[in-house]
Ligand binder design. Structure first.
Ligand SMILES: Nc1ncnc2c1ncn2[C@@H]1O[C@H](COP(=O)(O)OP(=O)(O)O)[C@@H](O)[C@H]1O
Ligand SMILES: [Mg+2]
Length: 378
């Protein structure tokens, strides 16, 4: 086991542990992202260690094979928790990953320079993995604990944005306690929002557990469905308008965040909104336009607000900021994703490609930003 090996340089490849799968409902989406990163990452610069987290939470060593990890209408990829276990250090000074196989002596995979968490949703995008890595002083791509957990939680994110003067739409929160105490009162509390409303789990993603509710008769079932994902539920007034997105990339050193060309996802048929099927399973049902066809002043306003949202949350590395653009010309921040969809055809890499940064360059840039960062509080 190495104590102080040489820093990564031209003579030594950077060792990257790509971590994917995870315990959230976005397990398959994360595997699919990993397939893309494993295919595109520059093997002359990086040694890649693929680490899967099974749905049951077991960390395992995965084969370095992208194909079985791709998500299609006929393949739902998953990490097999029965594979050889991987142990990640949780104390400072230890930087080696260890593999445990039944009946074998523990084997080291060597030191890791940086972890690339390709995890979406709770137990990955929400600060939990980030906290675990912070305990061991291991560098990782993307936001730290506080920004990750704030942006994962659609309630706390709105509180933060309201205090930062960023425009958000009307909403209400139904906590677990409020619901268990008096569901009728909780449902009555959302009346001021009018109809329709969007009912969402506070901490989910990929549109999981989200429903558009047209009237009171559908409300209880929608809240109960959202609670399957998260006991805290956010209810929002439906916003009529287009969806516009912007990619943010942290600046180097003390530079301000960089913002990309804008993108517009539009559901073209058969979906009430931008739901899970439209996002991942039905290639033809959604059209991603990049650059979005909006006036230049809207581009400027969206980019400026995206950088402000990134800074307000203390985000690091990358984020995608999603807006509603109403017919009246108003912009509302819908949400920030600290680990946005990250396949080459996902909106975040596409918006950067339209801004002159290729997928492989984006991976290089994110790893470089992670390696520049100091460990500990920052
Ligand atoms: N308040 C709203 N008004 C109109 N459409 C909404 C609203 N909230 C969500 N949607 C629709 O639902 C989709 C998913 O909601 P979002 O909050 O982005 O959740 P997720 O984190 O799962 O992506 C959005 O992309 C949009 O199509
Ligand atoms: Mg979204």
């Amino acid at each position: 086991m190495s104590s102080q090996p040489a820093a990564p340089g031209p003579d030594r490849r950077i060792r990257v542990a790509v971590v994917f799968g995870g315990r959230s409902s976005e397990h398959a989406v994360s595997c699919s992202t990993a397939a893309s990163v494993l295919s595109a990452i520059d093997r002359t610069r990086y040694d890649v260690i693929p680490v899967g987290i099974a749905r049951d939470g077991h960390w395992v060593l995965m084969p370095d094979e992208p194909e079985p990890l791709r998500l299609t209408a006929t393949n739902e990829p998953a990490v097999d928790g029965a594979r050889p276990a991987v142990v990640v250090p949780t104390s400072t000074g230890a930087r080696d990953l260890t593999v445990l196989e039944p009946g074998e002596v523990p084997r080291t995979l060597g030191r890791v320079d940086v972890v690339f968490p390709l995890l979406h949703g709770p137990f990955g995008e929400d600060g939990t993995i980030q906290g675990m890595l912070d305990l061991a002083d291991i560098r990782y791509v993307g936001s730290g604990v506080a920004a990750s957990s704030l942006m994962m939680d659609k309630h706390l994110m709105k509180v933060l944005f309201a205090s930062a003067g960023l425009p958000i739409g009307p909403y209400a929160v139904i906590t677990d306690r409020a619901w268990r105490r008096d569901p009728e009162a909780a449902m009555a509390s959302i009346q001021p929002l009018g109809w329709p409303v969007f009912v969402k789990p506070a901490r989910a993603g990929s549109s999981m557990g989200i429903a558009k509710v047209r009237g009171p008769h559908e409300l209880r079932a929608a809240i109960e469905a959202a609670r399957e994902h998260d006991p805290k539920v956010v209810v929002e007034a439906a916003v009529m308008g287009r969806e516009i997105e912007c990619g943010v990339l942290e600046g180097h050193g003390t530079d301000p965040p960089r913002t990309s060309a804008l993108g517009e996802p539009a559901v073209v048929k058969g979906h009430e909104f931008y739901d899970y099927e439209a996002k991942y399973l039905a290639d033809d049902d959604v059209r991603l336009t990049c650059p979005a066809d909006v006036p230049p002043d809207v581009v400027t306003r969206v980019q400026e607000m995206s950088a402000r949202a990134f800074e307000a949350g203390g985000c690091e590395g990358l984020a995608r900021v999603d807006f509603f653009y109403t017919a009246g010309g108003d912009l509302l921040v819908n949400e920030v994703n600290t680990l946005p969809g990250f396949t080459p055809t996902s909106m975040y890499p596409r918006m950067w490609a339209a801004s002159g940064v290729s997928y492989a360059e984006l991976i290089d840039e994110l790893i470089a930003l992670a390696l520049e960062r100091r460990v500990g509080l920052r």
